[in-house]
Write a protein that binds this ligand. Structure first.
Ligand code: PEP
Ligand code: MN
Length: 337
């Protein structure tokens, strides 16, 4: 249930209505927007009579929210959420350009790629230190040493870092060192992990599960927000379909759908979607044209010898050309770069 207050409602009246909600055993989530204030009521509202609030002079209307997702729901927060990642804004009219290798392989590799990507316009650096691999015999990532290398690259370039959290045992370490904590597709419904993400205020990049519906995906975001961390960015990275020519199928419809359902930013990862480097450019352009809040792209200085995902990685020169094109598309859809 949401209670919309009349424009100009004062702090005292807001508090009064909040008290009425709390007295019904519900929790409140108040959003003070530019033109209006909304009090979201969280909990079982089925037996609550909305007239209790409607009689208050400052209340404009009371609406029941049928959907199971509340905190992520656009009805609770009509304006786009803008998430601050160590000074880089994501959402609204901002465009996040995340680039870097699939996996951290060495200090030289990451720093070389980070410098090139930054020169091209990237504003965040990615790199996997703990890797979720299908095979236990494949390269599993450099672990804590990989994270140290990312921190060195951040120091060298000033780019905030994005890396995947694979296990809760590293949450404290990530809270201390990582600017944007990635939850990979395979952990999207690791509910225990999602609940613990309320222990950090670091922004979370929540990738869509391989076969998750929109609702399952945003309910996962709801878990993180309900645990106390409201800084969530969604990332579409392709879903499983019957098509096997591409690694996954990029669901660009997710952009407008997610934006209608939620107020959270949504970015696109065309690298893991297509699995082929030459699909990255057209899909990245289409994503920005469709209103994506950012792109996460794998860039490697030597894709042929990459330890992971070389086939879908762009060389720095190709990334540079892509960002030049993106720079032209972005203003057309109201994004600043
Ligand atoms: C990644 O971005 O490094 C990754 C493993 O992606 P996903 O979880 O989407 O497969
Ligand atoms: Mn990868």
């Amino acid at each position: 249930m949401i209670i919309v207050l009349r424009p100009g409602t004062g702090e005292k009246e807001v508090k009064h209505v909040e008290q009425l909600v709390l007295a019904k055993g519900l929790k409140t989530h108040t959003v003070i927007g530019e033109g209006m204030t909304i009090i979201g009521c969280i909990g079982d509202t089925t037996s609550v009579d909305s007239r209790l609030f409607e009689v208050e002079p400052c209340v404009e209307k009371v609406m029941h929210v049928q959907e199971p997702y509340k905190l992520v729901n656009r009805a609770f927060h009509p304006e786009d959420s803008v998430i601050d990642v160590s000074g880089v804004k994501v959402g609204g009219n901002h465009l996040a350009l995340i680039a870097g290798p699939c996996s951290v392989e060495s200090e030289e590799q990451v720093i070389e790629i980070a410098r090139a990507a930054k020169k091209s316009g990237a504003n965040l650096l990615r790199g996997g230190a703990f890797k979720p691999r299908t095979s236990p015999y494949a390269f599993q990532g450099m672990g804590e040493r990989g994270l140290e290398i990312l921190c060195t690259a951040r120091k060298e370039t000033g780019l905030p870092i994005v890396t995947e959290l694979m296990s809760l045992e590293h949450l404290e370490l990530f809270d201390e060192k990582v600017d944007l904590i990635q939850i990979g597709a395979r952990n999207m419904q690791n509910f225990d992990m999602l609940k613990h993400l309320g222990q950090t205020k670091r922004p979370i990049l929540l990738k869509r599960g391989l076969n998750a519906t929109y609702e399952e995906w945003i309910m996962a975001a709801e878990y993180i927000m309900a645990a106390g961390n409201e800084n969530v960015i969604l990332c579409e990275r392709g879903i499983r379909t019957f098509e096997s020519y591409t690694r996954n199928t990029l669901d660009l419809q997710a952009i407008p759908v997610i934006k209608s359902m939620t107020h959270l930013p949504i970015i696109i990862d065309p690298s893991h979607a297509g699995g082929k480097w030459w699909l990255v450019e057209p899909m990245a352009k289409a994503a920005v044209a469709a209103g994506a809040d950012g792109l996460m792209i794998e860039v490697h200085n030597d894709p042929a010898n990459a330890l992971c995902d070389g086939a879908q990685s762009l060389k720095p020169e190709k990334y540079d050309a892509l960002i030049q094109a993106i720079t032209k598309i972005a203003p057309v859809v109201g994004k600043q770069v």
